[in-house]
Design a protein around this ligand. Sequence first.
Ligand code: AMP
Length: 176
Amino acid sequence: MNIGDRLNKELRTIVDFPKPGIMFKDITPVLENPSLCRDLVEVLRDSASDLNIDAVVGIESRGFLFGLPLALELEVPFIPIRKKGKLPYKTVSYAYDLEYGSATIEMHQNTIQNNWNVLVHDDLLATGGTAKAAAELVKMEGGKIAGFSFLIGLNFLGGKEALSTYSKNIFSIKEY
Ligand code: AMP
């Protein structure tokens, strides 16, 4: 079985969570399968190995789970992006629109050096709003977007199109 099918088999889909109309992809069963996790990290690493990555940025909170092991594999720094108010030191912030209301994400200042090639990682790509906001933070700090990587891409929600102005390297292990 290929890696996308193995991932698909372990994902739990919860209908109408956290609100009606959402098919939530729960990755917690995946985390209970160490050999699958190891293989997923390898596939993420291989997808980025030609991109000359200087740092991996991971988006709270599920983007931390595979983002740090991916950074370790690439032997580059891992930089967390968190929701407003969670990071303790000096931060840069970016506010973006959600379907209802808005959200703000933050990253510590001076973690990215000028012209670094940065890979943005999260567990899942839906509309692309979150990854786009992360890309804006990276750019504000002088980094370049080398690409995006996800475990899961819900392509019917248009995330790839939303991110394509930042980079053409948009990789998801399992696409729907
Ligand atoms: P978006 O900004 O619309 O691309 O949404 C991506 C973010 O929301 C990621 O951090 C995901 O973890 C989370 N997310 C959005 N839709 C889902 C879903 N159907 N299942 C699991 N997580 C989701």
